[in-house]
Design a protein around this ligand. Structure first.
Ligand SMILES: [Zn+2]
Length: 167
């Protein structure tokens, strides 16, 4: 077992207690949004360190940090090859801005691609262009598990089914 498979087994478990799983994701989404705000506020400075150091920097558990690294990996300049990662593995969060924006669109996470920090990186026209390119490409990113009656990860305070979970 590796940290990555431990995280995936837990976060995407089909036989888990839905309440516990939702609590895990709710906590994760709130922390994820905070990290992205920080990364986007200073997008050209490479953040790197061991998994443990980054977990401390962003006030995450090792487990949630691995979840974050798993989520951002496709948007990075170079993959961290997390398969065998331990808490002492050196990782980098240097990301490709266009890829990251598009992956947030693909995940339908408008609370992430809608972060105001993006406005200093891409003007409105560029954001629209990236959005359209992504929608046209049809790439679908695995959606994260979230209960219909749970608070929406965007932080609106509404239930997911009345907010971003609307069919
Ligand atoms: Zn929402």
């Amino acid at each position: 077992m590796s940290l990555l498979t431990d995280w995936r087994d837990k976060a995407y478990a089909t036989d888990a207690d839905p309440k516990q799983l939702n609590a895990l994701w709710e906590d994760y989404f709130a922390r994820e949004k905070k990290i992205y705000k920080q990364l986007l506020a200073d997008p050209d400075t490479e953040v790197k360190g061991t998994v443990k150091e980054l977990a401390e920097k962003y006030d995450m558990t090792i487990e949630l940090m691995i979840g974050f690294l798993d989520g951002i990996d496709d948007s990075l300049v170079a993959s961290n090859n997390l398969d065998e990662a331990t808490e002492d593995t050196e990782v980098s969060l240097a990301f490709d801005k266009e890829k990251l924006y598009k992956n947030m669109v693909a995940a339908r996470a408008d609370w992430l691609y809608g972060l105001e920090e993006w406005n200093a990186i891409f003007d409105e026209e560029k954001q629209k262009e990236l959005y359209k390119e992504q929608k046209k490409s049809g790439t679908i990113v695995k959606e994260k598990k979230i209960g219909r009656n749970d608070p929406c990860p965007c932080g609106s305070g509404k239930k997911y089914k009345y907010c971003h979970g609307r069919a």
